[in-house]
Design a protein around this ligand. Structure first.
Ligand SMILES: [Zn+2]
Length: 271
């Protein structure tokens, strides 16, 4: 007897507060039954044919066109780029002509899917329902301590007349403080960021230091004027949940396959 097994897709996470709004968003994850276990990055790790298949499957699942995907060339920096209609599709093969040195993207244009690729770093989605403006950010520790989240809000304010207090923010699945032991260079850079109460995002245990990327990015958003109640924390750790997500640290420890996932978001027409 044949039993049809319906495999789950690549969509692994969505923010509750961003559902039922005029945007489509979601984050892919790790899936044993997908090609290259769902790896969605073009790199030396996976066959590009598998990466393309995974991107197509993930976009189809969300009802998005892969041709709309627009990316930056992420460098763990704090540059946020404005994206207009004519940029649609930048960063895709074969040219990989994404915005240079860019870890955050903002747009008011429909039909553009903003994406960031992560493997433990923090994906952040910002949406202003009043101005219908969207941003997607990749915040590793370097981006976090150089306050890319705050810079993105400031860019939405300066370029799109957004009011920070109306912006909805989501801090997506990424490495948790318990899994993220760091050295002095990380702690020192964070403590120099000028964020009030910065110390609260650094934890000490058995002589080691751990950086709380979730709290740090929340503080950065709040420093830009985003309301605490408008920030949704996924509180999902990619390292603890490495069956569901790719985790750089899990891969380095030999506990999982190397690979990456993607957070995407796109504005839709307002009714
Ligand atoms: Zn963890």
């Amino acid at each position: 007897m044949n039993v049809t097994v319906v495999e789950r897709g690549l969509l692994e996470f969505q923010f509750s507060q961003l559902r039922n709004l005029p945007l489509i968003h979601g984050m892919s994850g790790h899936n044993n039954s997908a090609p290259a276990e769902g790896d969605i990055a073009y790199s030396s790790i996976s066959d590009p044919t598998d990466t393309t298949a995974n991107r197509r499957a993930f976009f189809a699942e969300l009802g998005l066109n892969l041709e709309s995907l627009t990316l930056g060339r992420q460098v763990h920096g704090n540059t946020v780029h404005a994206v207009v209609a004519s940029d649609r599709g930048r960063g895709q093969p074969p040219s990989f002509d994404g915005f240079p040195d860019t870890d955050g993207l903002i747009t008011a244009a429909p039909d553009i899917t903003l994406g960031v690729i992560t493997g433990d770093c923090v994906p952040i989605v910002l949406y202003d329902p009043r101005k219908h403006v969207l941003a997607v950010i990749h915040a590793g520790w370097r981006g976090t301590v150089s306050l890319i989240a705050k810079r993105a809000v400031e860019a939405m304010k300066a370029g799109y007349q957004c009011r920070p207090r109306t912006i909805l923010a989501g801090i997506g699945p990424s490495i948790c403080p318990s899994c993220y032991e760091v050295g002095d260079e990380v702690v020192d850079a964070w403590m120099a960021s000028g964020i009030p109460d910065a110390r609260r995002a650094v934890l000490s245990r058995d002589g080691s230091q751990y950086f709380d990327l979730w709290t740090a990015n929340r503080y950065a958003l709040m420093a830009a004027g985003v309301q605490r109640r408008n920030i949704e924390d996924s509180a999902i750790c990619t390292r603890c949940e490495s069956h569901a997500f790719f985790s750089r640290r899990a891969a380095v420890a030999g506990d999982s396959r190397k690979g990456s996932q993607m957070m995407v978001a796109q504005l839709t027409q307002r009714s």
